[in-house]
Design a binder for this molecule. Structure first.
Ligand code: ATP
Ligand code: MG
Ligand code: MG
Ligand code: MG
Length: 562
C-alpha cells in the first residue's frame, strides 16, 4: 500500500485522555480514532492488525471443532427477560426500542440468543455436542470506559458456546477450548497466565480467565512461585480461621471479617467463605455491620426454596461501593435466591442486588416495604483475610506472588443455568426430555490487540510481533523527488508485492526525519530504506526491534527478507 494514498494520520503528541501506552501509541500511530467515550474506529492500518488477531483466533476455534456463525447485534428484550438478565445485567446493557415501542438490547453477550436458537433447532441427543462461535461487536455501557481499547463500550469479542448432553462432554469441550486459548495467546506472542476465576460453590475448576501480565491490568493475580497455581485475587482469599460453633454466638462474635475496609472487600470474601461451608456470614466495614448472607432454605411467596443465598443489608456505603460489592460477591456465586427479607436502606442497594443476582423469580421483584428479616441462624463463623504476597500457596506448593493482569479471555462452564431458565431441552436415548448443558468462552479481540501493544513497544513506538504486524516491510523512499530513489523504491515495491510480501510504501513528499519517526511509531518489523545509495542499487535494511541494520543490494533483497 502506498502511504501517500492511505489514511494513516500520525500524531506527535499523546492524546490528552490517553494514560497508558497502548492507548497513546495506537492513536498516535494512526491505528484507531476515538468517536465517543469508549467507542473507537479502526483506521485501515488498525483494521489490518485486528483482522490478523481475528484470523489466529478463528484458526484455533476451527481446530477446536467450533463452527463460525454470526448472530445479531439487536436482540429482542424477551430473551433477556426469560433469564432475568433484563434486570440483573443492569445499566451495562444498552437498550433501545423500535418505532413500535418494542424493546431491544444491543448485544452485550449472546447466551440468551444462542440458547433460544438451540432450543428451537436441537431436538435430539444425536445433534450433540455442538460448538458454535462468532466474532462480533459487543456493546456494554461500562461505568468507567477507559484505557482506549482495553475497556470500551463498543468492542470486538469472539464468543463461543457449546451444548452438551452430559457434564463429561462439557468437560471435554472445556478442555479443548482451554487449550485453544492457550494456543491463541501463545501464538500472539503474549506473556499470559490462565488463572482460576472462581472458587465458588463448584470448587474453582469451572472457570478460568486468561490474563496478560501487565502493570496496567485492572486485575491482580495471586500465583505460586513454584507451582501452576494462579488465581484472580478476587477469588483467592484465605480462610485464616474456621470455627464451628453449635451455639449461637453472641452478637459481637457473629462478625466474620474484622479487616474489611470496603463493601467490595467484604463481598470478595463471600464466595470463598460460603464455598468453605459457612452457612451464614456477617460483614463489617469500618466497624459497621453492613451485610449478612445466609445460605439455607427460604420461603418466597409461599414457595419453599432450598439451599439458596439470602442477603440482609444492615447499612450501606456509597452507591458505587455497593454495586461493586454486590457484583463481585454474587457474580462469583452464580444463581442466588430472590431475597425475601432485605433490610432496605437505600433503593440503589436493591437495584444493585437485583443487578447482581441471577435468580429473579417469575413475578419479578417486590422489594419495597418487606419485613426486615433477621431470622437467620449463625452456626459457623470464620475469621478471614485476603491472601497476601508471601503467604503459602493454597495448593501447598511454594509462596504466593502478585502480578497485575489484563483479562483477555474467559472460559466458563455454565451448566444448566441458561437452558433451565429458557427451557432448552433435548430428547435423550430413552426419549426423555433433558435440560441442555452449556459452556461459554470469550476472547476480547480488540482488548487483546491493545494488550499486545502493552507488551510490545519501546520509547519510539510499537514493536509489532510479525504474526500481527499490519505489514511485514516498511519501505521508505527518503527523497521521492530524486528520480533514482523513486525508481528503485517503486521497483522494490512491485517486486515485494509480486512475492506476496505485505509492504507499506512511504512514498510521501515528507522529510526523511518525519518518515523515520513515523516508521518507528507504526512499528513494522522490517524497514527498507531507499536513500543516498540508490544510485548503486543499495538499500538499508533495519529490524525494528533489535535495531540491527545492513546494506543490501536490490538483487539480494528478496532473499534477505524471505
Ligand atoms: P472485565 O472483568 O474486564 O469487565 P468481563 O469479565 O466483564 O471483563 P466477559 O464477560 O468475561 O468480560 O467477556 C469476555 C471477554 O471480553 C473478556 O475476557 C475481555 O477480554 C472482553 N471484554 C469484556 N469487556 C470488555 C470491554 N469493556 N472492552 C473490551 N473488551 C472487553
Ligand atoms: Mg465486565
Ligand atoms: Mg472479568
Ligand atoms: Mg470475564
Amino acid at each position: 500500500m502506498k502511504q501517500s494514498e492511505m489514511l494513516l494520520p500520525t500524531l506527535k503528541e499523546n492524546p490528552a485522555d490517553a494514560e497508558i501506552k497502548s492507548h497513546q501509541l495506537l492513536v498516535r500511530a494512526g491505528f484507531i480514532r476515538k468517536v465517543a467515550s469508549g467507542i473507537y474506529s479502526f483506521l485501515p492500518i488498525g483494521n489490518r492488525v485486528l483482522k490478523k488477531v481475528e484470523a489466529i483466533v478463528r484458526e484455533e476455534m476451527e481446530n477446536a471443532g467450533a463452527h463460525e456463525m454470526n448472530m445479531t447485534a439487536l436482540q429482542p428484550s424477551e430473551f433477556w427477560k426469560e433469564t432475568g438478565r433484563w434486570n440483573t445485567f443492569g445499566p451495562e446493557l444498552m437498550r433501545i426500542h423500535d418505532r413500535h415501542h418494542r424493546e431491544f438490547a444491543l448485544g452485550a453477550t449472546h447466551e440468551e440468543e444462542v440458547t433460544a436458537l438451540i432450543r428451537d433447532e436441537v431436538k435430539s441427543y444425536k445433534q450433540l455436542p455442538l460448538s458454535l462461535y462468532q466474532i462480533q461487536t459487543k456493546f456494554r455501557d461500562e461505568q468507567r470506559p477507559r484505557f482506549g481499547l482495553l475497556r470500551g463500550r463498543e468492542f470486538l469479542m469472539k464468543d463461543a458456546y457449546t451444548f452438551h448432553q452430559s457434564y463429561e462432554s462439557l468437560d471435554t469441550s472445556y478442555e479443548k477450548m482451554f487449550n485453544a486459548y492457550s494456543n491463541i495467546f501463545s501464538r500472539l506472542g503474549l506473556n499470559f497466565r490462565a488463572v482460576i476465576a472462581d472458587s465458588g460453590a463448584m470448587g474453582g475448576k469451572d472457570t478460568h480467565e486468561f490474563m496478560v501480565l501487565s502493570e496496567v491490568g485492572e486485575d491482580t493475580i495471586a500465583y505460586s512461585d513454584s507451582s501452576q497455581y494462579a488465581a484472580n485475587i478476587e477469588m483467592a482469599p484465605v480462610v485464616t480461621q474456621y470455627e464451628k460453633s453449635m451455639e449461637e454466638p453472641k452478637e459481637k462474635e457473629k462478625v466474620a471479617t474484622p479487616d474489611c475496609k470496603t463493601m467490595a472487600d467484604a463481598a470478595n470474601y463471600l464466595g470463598h467463605s460460603l464455598a468453605a461451608g459457612l452457612k451464614s456470614i456477617m460483614f463489617k466495614v469500618d466497624e459497621k455491620l453492613v451485610m449478612v448472607i445466609t445460605r439455607g432454605d427460604h420461603e418466597v411467596n409461599d414457595v419453599k426454596l432450598k439451599n439458596l443465598y439470602d442477603a440482609s443489608f444492615i447499612d450501606l456505603a456509597t452507591e458505587e461501593e455497593t454495586r461493586t460489592a454486590m457484583g463481585a460477591g454474587f457474580g462469583s456465586l452464580g444463581p442466588i435466591s430472590t431475597p425475601d427479607h432485605i433490610e432496605i436502606v437505600a433503593d440503589y442497594a436493591v437495584e444493585a442486588l437485583v443487578n447482581a443476582s441471577c435468580g429473579a423469580n417469575e413475578d419479578g421483584f417486590h422489594y419495597k416495604n418487606v419485613t426486615p428479616g433477621k431470622d437467620f441462624e449463625v452456626t459457623q463463623y470464620a475469621d478471614l483475610r485476603f491472601i497476601e504476597e508471601g503467604d503459602p500457596s493454597p495448593d501447598g506448593q511454594g509462596t504466593i506472588q502478585f502480578a497485575k493482569g489484563i483479562e483477555v479471555g474467559h472460559v466458563f462452564k455454565l451448566g444448566k443455568f441458561y437452558a433451565e431458565k429458557m427451557n432448552a431441552t433435548f430428547l435423550d436415548e430413552n426419549g426423555k426430555a433433558n435440560t441442555l448443558i452449556m459452556g461459554c468462552y470469550g476472547v476480547g479481540i480488540s482488548r487483546t490487540m491493545a494488550s499486545i501493544v502493552e507488551q510490545y513497544h519501546d520509547d519510539n513506538g510499537i514493536t509489532w510481533p510479525k504474526q500481527v504486524a499490519p505489514y511485514q516491510v516498511h519501505l521508505l523512499a527518503l527523497n521521492i523527488k530524486k528520480e533514482e530513489q523513486k525508481e528503485l523504491a517503486d521497483r522494490i515495491y512491485a517486486t515485494l508485492k509480486q512475492a506476496g510480501i505485505e509492504v507499506l510504501y512511504d512514498d510521501r513528499k515528507e522529510r526523511a526525519g518525519v518518515k523515520f519517526a513515523d516508521s518507528d511509531l507504526i512499528g513494522i518489523p522490517l524497514r527498507v530504506t531507499v536513500g543516498k545509495q540508490a544510485g548503486d542499487g543499495y538499500v538499508e535494511c533495519k529490524e525494528r526491534v533489535s535495531g540491527e541494520q545492513s546494506d543490501v543490494h536490490e538483487g539480494n533483497l528478496l532473499d534477505q527478507i524471505t
